[in-house]
Design a protein around this ligand. Sequence first.
Ligand code: SF4
Ligand code: SF4
Ligand code: SF4
Ligand code: FES
Length: 948
Amino acid sequence: MLSIVEQDHGTPRRDSDKFVTLTIDGREITVPAGTSVLRAASEAGIKIPKLCATEQLEAFGSCRLCLVNIEGMRGMPASCTTPVAAGMRVATQNPQLADVRRGVMELYISDHPLDCLTCPANGHCELQDMAGAVGLREVRYGYDGANHLDQPKDTSNPYFTFDPSKCIVCSRCVRACDEQQGTLALTIQGRGFESKVAASQNVSFMDSECVSCGACVQACPTATLSENTLIAKGQAEHSVVTTCAYCGVGCSFRAEMQGEEIVRMVPKKDGHANHGHSCVKGRFAIGYATHSDRITKPMIRAKITDPWREVSWQEAIAYAASELKRIQATHGRDSIGGITSSRCTNEETYLVQKLVRAGFGNNNVDTCARVCHSPTGYGLKQTMGESAGTQNFDSVMRADVIFVIGANPTDGHPVFASQMKRRLRQGAQLIVADPRRIDLVRSPHISAAQHLKLRPGTNVALINSLAHVVVTEGLVKEDYVAARCDLDSFEKWRQFVALERNSPEQMAAITGVPAANVRAAARAYATAKNAAIYYGLGVTEHSQGSTMVMGIANLAMATGNVGREGVGVNPLRGQNNVQGSCDMGSFPHEFPGYRHVSDDAVRGLFERAWGVGLQNEPGLRIPNMFEAALDGDFKGLYIEGEDIAQSDPNTQHVTAALTAMECIIVQDLFLNESAKFAHVFLPGSSFLEKDGTFTNAERRISRVRRVMQPKSGYADWEITQLLSNALGYAMNYRHPSEIMDEIARLTPTFAGVSFARIEELGSIQWPCNEQHPSGTPTMHIDTFVRGEGKFLVTEYVPTSEKITARFPLILTTGRVLSQYNVGAQTRRTHNNAWHEEDRLEIHPHDADERGIADGDWVGIASRAGETVLRARVTERVQPGVVYTTFHFPESGANVITTDNSDWATNCPEYKVTAVQATRVTQPSEWQKRYRAFTDLQEHLLKSADAGK
Ligand code: SF4
Ligand code: SF4
Ligand code: SF4
Ligand code: FES
C-alpha cells in the first residue's frame, strides 16, 4: 500500500552528464544541467507555489505564481521556465514575492466558484492548496465582477466531466493532450478574459478528436476536468500500485481505493513503461471487474444441453478431476490437455503448464500466443537466439528512422504510440508498411515519409525487395556483419536477396508497392544512424509469419541495427502477458525459458524439481487438439482465461471440436463463448483480485497487486492448485511469490527475479541473473544470444488463400483502441460508446460495384463460412481489400477466417482470407444458429441463478 499522492516537482527531470551547483534560500544544491529552478528547489524540499507547471509537461510560464528573485537578474523570473546556472543565487520567499503571489491567487479566486466543500477536487485541488500556500485570506475585488461561473458542463464523455466554470486557463490540459498523448484535441480559444479551453472546433469532448486517454484530466489542477467516478464517490483513502491487464505496453497504475472499491485508476508517473500516461482502457475500462455478468460460483453439468448447477468449490473440483481421470483411464494419457492465456499472470501460466506436464502427464499445453506471436518466438530464436524483442520502449526516443510493419500502435499499443509520436514530432522519419492507412500515417504534425501500401499476404516479397536494395546498393554494414554474424549464412542470404526476382521492380507486381517507394524506404532505413523496426500481428498472422520475422531480423542485422539504443527488432505484443505466457513454457514443445522438452538435461532438471517423469515429445498445439477431438482421440480440456471459440479461426471447426469433447473445464470471469460448450465452470478472478506478475512487450516483469478480494473466493493460481491436488499431483504454494521463486530456480533467464527484487527495482527486464542483476534493457549488445547472428533465406511463397471470381476480395482483420480482443472485458464497459459493433470497411470503388452504401448490411462469404456486418465505406482500405475488427462474437469474423496457418508455428493466417461481399437484408445462417445457441445457453445459465 502506497501513498495516494505522488510528488510533483513541477518540470520534467533532465538527464545530463553535467551537474550544476546553485544556492536556493541559502542552501547549496546540485542538479543535472537543464533542470529548472522550480524543480531544483522542489527536489531539495523547498516548495515554491505553482499552478501551470507539472512535471509531466514542459514548463509554460503562464500563471506567474512561481516567481522568485535571482541575484543579478531583473524583476521576478518564473522559476519553472528558468534553468539553473552555476553559482546562481535564488530567493524563493520574501514579502514582495508573497504579495505578488497573493495578488495572482486573488484574481484566480475572484472568478472561481466557492463550493470547495462540495467540489470533487476538495482535498486534492492545487488551486485550493495554493490559496493556502500563499496565505490568501480575502479577495479585494469581491465576486460580483464579470466571471465564467455560469458556463455549462460538458458531460458527453462517459468517463469524465468538463466543468469550465472552474477553469483557470492554465493550459495544462492542452499541453497534456499535445505533449503526452499527441492527439492535439484541445486548444485555448480567445484571448484575455475571453480565453477558454475548447475541444477541437469548439465541439463536445465526445464529438472531438479526443480519444479519452485521460491525460488532460490527470493534468488539471482543479476540478474542471474530473473523473465521473471521483465525482460520484469522493476521495480515495488508499492506493495500490498494479499493472494494467489489457495490452502489451504494461502500464503501471495506482488503483485509488475506498476500502475494496476503486475510485479511479491513475497512471504512475514513474511507471517504467508508461511514465504517467495511459489509454482509455487501462484508466477507465475497469467496470467489467464488478459487472453483474460476473459468475462467482462454480457450476457443473453433464451435457452442454443441461442446465448449469451451482455447486461448492469442493464438488466442482472433485467433479472436474474425476472426469479428467475417467477420460484418461478410457482414452489414454494424451486424451486431455490445457490451454492457458496471455491474460493470466506469469505464475498462473507456469502452474497451468506444470499441471499439464506433471499432473496430466503429457505436454498437451498451449496458449493464445499460438494465434498471435508464436512466429516471433520462432523467428527471433532462429536468427538472434532469443524469443523476444530487443529494446525497451524508451529506446524509440533515440531512433532516427522508425519503421512500423503490420502494426497499428495508436489503436493496439496506445501509450507506446504516444511516445513514438513524440519522437516523430521531434523529427524522426516514419515508414509504414500496411495494407491500410492506419492513423499513424498522417496525424497532427506527423506524416509518414513512406506508406508502403502492400497487398495482404505479400510481406515476405516486400522484405526481400527491401533487402535487395540494401545488398545491391552497397548499404550493408559490412564491418558489423563481419564482426557479429555467421558469414556463411550471410553470404547465402546476400546472394539470394540480390537475385533480380527479388528486386523492388519485379516484386511490385506481387506487393502492389511502387519500386521507387521501396527503394526510398530501404535507403532511409539502412542509412539512418539509428533505425528501429516495430511490428505486430500484421507480420505474424500469415502463412509465412515466421519467415517474415526472420526477414525482419535479417534486414536489421545486415544494416547493423541491433544491439544498442534506438534500433532493434521490436514485436508489439498484443495482450498484457503474451511475452510472459511464452516465457513460462506454455507451448507444448518448450519448458519455461524456451528449452525444448526433448533436451534430457533440461527435462531432468524439471523431473527432479517436480518429482515426476516427464514426456520427452512435444504435445498437441491448439489446432492439433481440435483435429484430435474431431478424430475422437482428445476428450478433455482445461481452459484458463482464454476464449478459443471466439478468438481462434474457423469458428465452426472450433465449435465442432468443442462439441466432440466429453469434459471442458472453463475458468473465466464470464460465461464466454467457449464456456457455452463447457461442463465445468470455475469462476476466475480479475487482475484486481490477485497477486503476481505480467511481462510486457519489453520483457519487463511488473507486479500485479491485489486491490480487492477474489469475488469467487480464490485467485486463479489457487484454483489450478486445487485441481492439481485433486488429481493427485501435490502443489502447496502459499503465495504467488513462491511460484516465482521456483521459476527463478529453474529458468536461467529469470534466475535473479523475485518479488522482493521487483519491489526494489520497480520492474525488471529479463534476462535477470548473475551477469545482469538489474535486468537487461537492450539485448544482443556485444554478441547475439545465439553467438553469431544467423541469416536465413526467406523465399516468398504465396499463400494458398487465393482470390478467385467467387471470392474476389481479401479480408484482413485488426483492432480498435476502445475494444480489447474478444471484447469480453471492454464490451462490459462504457467503451462501447466508441465502438458498439464490428463493421466491414470497404473501398468506395468495391462498394459501388456491389451497390453497397455506408451502413448497409453486407454478407461476407469465404471458403470457411459466412457472416453479416454493416458496411463502412472508406478509402482507408485499398480497392480489393476489406477489413474488420473481431470484438463482438455475433460478428462472426472468425467464422470466415480459414484453417491456413504459419508453416512453422501454426499461427493462423487471420490477415488473409479471400471473400465476397454482397448486400443482404438478414443475418447469416451461422448468425441465426449462434443466436439460438446463445439464447439456450443464457437460459441454462439462468437455471443456475434460479437455483441459488
Ligand atoms: S482525454 Fe486525452 S485525447 Fe482527450 S482531450 Fe484529454 S488528453 Fe486529449
Ligand atoms: S481545464 Fe484544467 S488544466 Fe485545462 S486549462 Fe482549465 S484548469 Fe487548466
Ligand atoms: S496502453 Fe495498454 S497497458 Fe497501457 S493503459 Fe492502455 S491498454 Fe493498458
Ligand atoms: S508555475 Fe511557473 S508560471 Fe505557473
